[in-house]
Design a protein around this ligand. Structure first.
Ligand SMILES: [Fe+2]
Ligand SMILES: [Fe+2]
Length: 281
C-alpha cells in the first residue's frame, strides 16, 4: 500500500523510497530553481519574516514581478497598492507566496505551444483553484496546501511526456488520465506516484505528496486534503468539458462528498478561476 507512506517529518516508507529511486532514474523530473527552493523553505518555516522573504524573492525578477502584480490586484488591495516588494509579500501572505512560487517553478517545464502541455497546464490551474475552493467550503482554513496539490497532481503526466514523448503519443496517453499498467511499464511508475515523487524531491510538505498519490481514489476513503484534491480534479474536468464528469456533476454526485451545495461550489470555482488565472499565466 503506497498511500500516506510519507510521515509528518517527510520520511518515506522503504517501499515508496525504492519506487521513488526508480522514478528518479527512469524519468526526467523538472528541477526546482534555486530561488524557488530557498523561498519554499522559508514559506514552510513559521519563524520567517516578510523582509527575509522579500530579500530572497528579489533575486528572481520574474518571480518578484509576479508577486507585485498579484499584490496589486483587486483581490489583495485593501487600501492602497503596495510600494515595495516587502509590502507586496505581506499583502499576499505566506500561502499566496507558496502558490505563486510553485506555479513559477513548474511553469517552465510546460511548452505552451504543445497542445497536450497547454491542456494539462489549464487543467492543473483549474484543479488548483477548484481544490482550494472545495477546501475552504468544507471548513478548512485559508492558507492550506490544496492549491499546490491541484497544480502538481497531474505533473506525473508531464514528466512521462517529457521523458518519452514518442511512447506517450503512441500509447495515446494524452487522452487517458488514469494510473495504468502502460504507465508503469514504460515509465516505471504511474503518474500519481511520479507527481508524489516530484513533490518529495522538491521538499514540499509531506501532506502534498500523500494527497497526490491518492488523487484517483474515492473522496470518502481519503478524507481531508486528498478528498479536496479528488473533488477539485472532478470539478475541473467537468467545467472544462469532460463529458463523463459533466454527466456525473449533473447527477449531483458531488453532493455526497461536499458539505455545501454542488452548484454553488462549481459557480464559486468558475468565479475564482476567472479572477485568479492571470496571476499564474
Ligand atoms: Fe491524474
Ligand atoms: Fe487531473
Amino acid at each position: 500500500m503506497l498511500q500516506a507512506a510519507i510521515n509528518d517529518q517527510g520520511q518515506v516508507s522503504p517501499e515508496l523510497r525504492s519506487v521513488f529511486v526508480d522514478v528518479s532514474e527512469h524519468c526526467t523530473l523538472p528541477p526546482l530553481p534555486q530561488v524557488a527552493a530557498r523561498a519554499l523553505v522559508l514559506v514552510q518555516n513559521p519563524e520567517t519574516d516578510f523582509a527575509e522573504m522579500a530579500d530572497v524573492i528579489e533575486k528572481d525578477p520574474a518571480l518578484a514581478a509576479r508577486v507585485l502584480r498579484m499584490a496589486s490586484s483587486a483581490f489583495y488591495v485593501r487600501t492602497s497598492p503596495p510600494n515595495t516588494l516587502q509590502d507586496a509579500v505581506r499583502a499576499v501572505g505566506m500561502s499566496g507566496l507558496r502558490d505563486i512560487i510553485v506555479a513559477a517553478a513548474l511553469k517552465p517545464a510546460f511548452d505552451l505551444d504543445d497542445r497536450f502541455h497547454r491542456q494539462l497546464w489549464d487543467h492543473s490551474l483549474a484543479t488548483a483553484v477548484a481544490a482550494d475552493t472545495v477546501a475552504r467550503t468544507t471548513g478548512a482554513s485559508r492558507g492550506g496546501v490544496a492549491f499546490v496539490c491541484g497544480l502538481l497532481h497531474d505533473a506525473g503526466r508531464l514528466v512521462h511526456h517529457l521523458t518519452n514523448p514518442k511512447a506517450f503519443d503512441e500509447l495515446h496517453m494524452a487522452e487517458r488520465d488514469e494510473p495504468s499498467m502502460d504507465e508503469r511499464e514504460y515509465f516505471g511508475a504511474s503518474h500519481d506516484v511520479v507527481a508524489s515523487c516530484l513533490a518529495w524531491k522538491w521538499g514540499l510538505d509531506p501532506r502534498i505528496s500523500n494527497a497526490l498519490i491518492a488523487h484517483h481514489g474515492e473522496p470518502g476513503q481519503n478524507p481531508g486534503l486528498p478528498a479536496h484534491l479528488i473533488l477539485g480534479d472532478r470539478i475541473a474536468r467537468a467545467i472544462q468539458g469532460d463529458p463523463d464528469e459533466e454527466r456525473a456533476l449533473s447527477a449531483n454526485f458531488l453532493a455526497a462528498d461536499l458539505d455545501a451545495d454542488p452548484a454553488t461550489v462549481v459557480a464559486e470555482v468558475e468565479k475564482n478561476l476567472a479572477e485568479n488565472r492571470a496571476f499564474f499565466e
